[in-house]
Write a protein that binds this ligand. Structure first.
Ligand code: HEM
Length: 152
């Protein structure tokens, strides 16, 4: 169960990143060229938020199963001294929750805007901020915070 969750959570990051990058690219292009906000743009907006929500659910289940998290909460005094355990116990979840909330708000606000240009702009701003936060909170092999492989 734990290994399976880690596998899916790890691989799903690429989908989260790809969908966000594609949304931002479409929003940037649409905003700059004052294009019409098409059904495809709307689907891309919707699916980017949905993919982030699926990753959130996998993350929450993983959080309840991970031995690192169990160790963190059961040995708090020792575990807070270790950046790797603090990262997964607090930093990763806090930053990812923030980013997914921003994606949700951005997606909902964009949907409610009256003009196509405002829809693109809202998507562009909120999704870009989320992408930066997610990028910082991923335990890349080169991250100064915690390191995990690109693929499981
Ligand atoms: C966009 C959202 C997220 C992305 C892109 C993401 C990405 C990742 C990646 C790449 C790893 C390393 C996986 C590996 O070991 O190979 C990881 C680990 C982990 N993530 Fe997330 N995550 C996200 C959201 C969350 C959320 C919201 C939670 C908790 C509610 C969470 C909980 C965890 C836990 C507990 C681990 C460590 C598991 C372990 O090594 O025992 N993640 N995450």
């Amino acid at each position: 169960m734990y290994q399976t969750l880690t596998f899916y959570h790890s691989i799903f990051r690429w989908l989260v990143l790809a969908s966000l990058l594609y949304s931002i690219y479409r929003a940037y292009k649409g905003y700059n060229s004052k294009a019409v906000f098409t059904k495809t743009d709307n689907a891309v907006r919707h699916w980017t938020a949905t993919i982030a929500h699926i990753q959130l659910v996998i993350g929450i289940i993983l959080y309840s199963q991970s031995p690192i998290i169990k160790y963190f909460w059961n040995n708090f005094k020792d575990a807070v001294q270790n950046l790797d355990t603090v990262f997964f116990g607090l930093i990763h979840i806090a930053l990812m929750l923030t980013a997914i909330i921003l994606i949700t708000i951005g997606s909902a606000l964009s949907k409610r805007k009256n003009t196509d240009n405002e829809k693109f702009k809202t998507m562009l701003v909120w999704f870009s901020i989320s992408l930066i936060i997610i990028f910082i909170a991923i335990p890349w092999p080169f991250s100064p915070l915690a390191n995990r492989p690109y693929f499981r």
